[in-house]
Design a protein around this ligand. Sequence first.
Ligand SMILES: Cc1ncc(COP(=O)(O)O)c(C=O)c1O
Length: 498
Amino acid sequence: MAKLGLEKDIVNEQTLNQTVTRFKERGIKLPTFEELSDPSKISPEITEKLKTVDPMAPDSLNLYRIHWFNDPKTNGFRKLPAYFEIPSEISGVDARIIVMTGAYFPMVECHKVLAAYGCLAPRVITGQFDPTTDKAVWPSTGNYCRGGVAVSRIMDCHGVAILPEEMSEERFKWLKEWTMDSENDIFRTYGCESNVKEIYDKCNELEKDPQNIIFNQFCEFGNTLIHYLCTGMALEKIFETEKDDSPSLRLQAFVSATGSAGTISAGDYLKEKYDGVNTVAVEALECPTLLYNGFGGHNIQGIGDKHIPYVHNAMNTDDVTAVSDKVTDSLNLLFNTGEGKNYLKEVKGISEKTIQDLSLLGLSSICNVAAAIKTAKYYNMGKEDVIMTVATDPAAMYDTEIEKQKKKLFDSKYDRYDAAETFGQHLKGLTVDHFKELSQIDKERIFNLGYYTWVEQQGVEFEDFIARKNQKYWKDLQNYIPVWDRLINDFNEKVKTC
Ligand SMILES: Cc1ncc(COP(=O)(O)O)c(C=O)c1O
C-alpha cells in the first residue's frame, strides 16, 4: 500500500520540475495549510486579485478560497467564519448549539474541497503526482469527488469521480459540468451511501493503470491534517469570540457525522485547546457501524460508510450517537418547503433569520444538529454549555430529494399537519436513545473493527495499523503540516523563478 500521502521529502525530482514548469505557464500558486487556517496571512496582492474572481469559477486563484472565512456578500474574507446558532425554540434545549457554515467554500459550496486540497497538494509538491500524465481519482459518496474534481481542474490536473449511482442528481449535474470528459470521468457505482465496497472495487480496477492515482480519503492523512488545523482553528475562533461576550461559556462538545472521518479530527484540535470537550461521532441509525457494528442503507448522503476509516482517531472519540434518516428527511421537508417554513414562522414564531439559516443545513448537517440536541439532552447541558458542529453542505444540494422524501414519508404531500408532526416527533421528541458514552472497551471495539478493512483487505502492515492506537501517533502526524508548508513555499518560489 502507498504511504497514504505521508511523505516529508521530494519523491521524484523530475516530476516535480515538470509540474513547476507547468504551473508557471499557467500561473498557479498554492496556498499553505497555515494560510488556509488563517486567511489573514494570505498576501494582500492575492486577496486583491481575488476580488475580480468568481468563487464559482474554475480559476486557480480560488485555491485561496478553500477555507471557512469566505464572505458571500463581498467576495472577500471575513474575520470570523460564517456561523449561526440553533435557537432553543428549535432545539428544545438550553445549550448553545453553534453551526459553522460550509456553504461558502468555492466551486462546490461544501467543505469537502478542503479535504481534497489536503490530499492533492502534498502529492504535487513532493513530485508524487504528475499533472502531465496522471489522473487524480476521487472515490466518494458525492462531495469529496466534486471537491477533488474542482481542485484538480484548477490545479490543471485531470480529475476522475467515483460515486454511488443513488447520490443526489445535483451532484451528478455538477460533475457533468466540471469534469474534462464527462463520459469517461464519472463512474457511477452500484447502490447508495453505504455501498463503499463497490467504490473500492472500482478503485482497485482503475488502479491497475499506474497513471490513475487514487486519493482515498478514508486513508489519506492529508484529509485529517487539514481539518485538524483549518476546521479546528476556525471553530476555536468562533468559540473565543462568543466567549469574549459571555466569559462563562464552556465548550463541551464537537459533534461530527462521519464519512471519511476527516472533519471529526477538528475534535482532536479542540480537545487539545480546551479541557473537557467531548468529540461526538454521529452516524445513520440505519447503518450504525461505530455504535453497533451495524450495516445498512440510508439517505444521509455523505456519512456512514459501513467501515472504520483508517484516518479516524477512534481512541480519541468520546461518544457515538445515531440519527435516523427519517429524522433528517423529515426535517429537510420542515426546513425547506413552503408549508414547513410557514408552520415554523406562523405557528412557532421562528424568526425569518433562523428560517434562512436552517436552509444552510444539508442532510448530514441536519443530522449533526439532531445529534447535538441529543448530546445536550444526554449530558443535561445548560445555557453556558456550547456544542459546536458544522454544516458540510447546504439544503440546496438536495432540492431534488424533496419530492422523493414527501413520497417516502408523507404520501407525496406535505401540509401544516405534517409539519407539526415533524416538529413534535423529530425535534421536540428527540431522545437520548442510540447514544453511547464510550468506555475504553468500546473505543477498542471500534478501533479493532478497522483491522478487517485495513489489514486484511487493503494490505496495511499490522504494525502501522496498531500504532494508531496510541495518541502519540496522531500528535507526531501534526509534524507533517509545517513540513508540507515549507515544501509548498519552496514550490511557489520555484514557480516564480523558473
Ligand atoms: C454532505 C457530507 N456530510 C458529511 C460528510 C462527512 O465528512 P467527513 O468525510 O469529513 O467525515 C461528507 C463527506 O463526504 C459529506 O459529503
